[in-house]
Design a protein around this ligand. Sequence first.
Ligand code: NAP
Length: 254
Amino acid sequence: MFLLNNKTAVVTGGGSGIGQEVCNVLAAQGATVYVLDLNAEHAHATAAAIENNGGSAKAIAIDVTDQAAMKKTYEAIEKIHLMVNCAGISHIGNAINTSEADFEKIFHVNVRGVYNSLFAGIPVMQKTGGGAIVNISSIVAKVGVADRFAYSMSKGAVHAMTLSVAKDFIKDGIRCNSISPGRVHTPFVDGFLKKNYPGQEPEMFEKLSKTQPIGRMGKPVEIAHQVLYLCSDEASFITGSDYSIDGGFTTLNS
Ligand code: NAP
């Protein structure tokens, strides 16, 4: 079950955190994985580790906000069966202290970046004969989390784009789903703590861990396994769905 032999996957943000673990898991199941990341060094390290383990991977240093580059890259890959949109950035702020520049930056990467990947990749997936797309949203698209105004906006948009794509391309054999993680321990969280709570990182890490009723943050591989399921033929009846993987954050925090 869950084998991906002869499938080609593109993973944005594949050089770090959740995206990196998605690359590892998809490659271990037999897919050829294109690791797309802004950080060339991280993309190359991820692809090299997969190749060293006997898998097939190629690194591509790219900015998802560059539509022309995304189009050129996906067209050159020729066949795409699986697309996982993980690249994203965080932001802290509410509606009255989020600057226009920060709002636009979050929109640019988290919304336009996903749109660019879909815009560039769906025509290739149509030619390939269909496939599966998984977008990484967040629980902030479903519940109010303090000081996540712009970030929540962006993840709500990812959720909505997932439904739109699932509807429009069902006829092409393309399934599209999203995953809404709770807090997952990745460099994203470490960087966020360093930037927003300098000197208080251990206490804040503990505090954020406990906001999950299960008592800890998620592990990237726990998200990657759900991505694998949604990409696999075993999930052939699933499209237009969102899965919370959040240690009970959205359902048990009363
Ligand atoms: P991460 O470790 O920071 O990985 C994200 C990767 O995306 C990084 O390698 C980053 O490169 C890359 N990236 C950023 N901007 C890019 C761009 N314009 N073009 C190409 N690549 C770009 O983060 P993560 O925690 O794995 O998060 C992955 C996704 O899950 C994000 O969309 C995030 O919003 C979502 N998510 C995370 C959590 C969590 O708690 N970790 C919870 C819910 C949802 P640089 O390092 O160079 O910036």
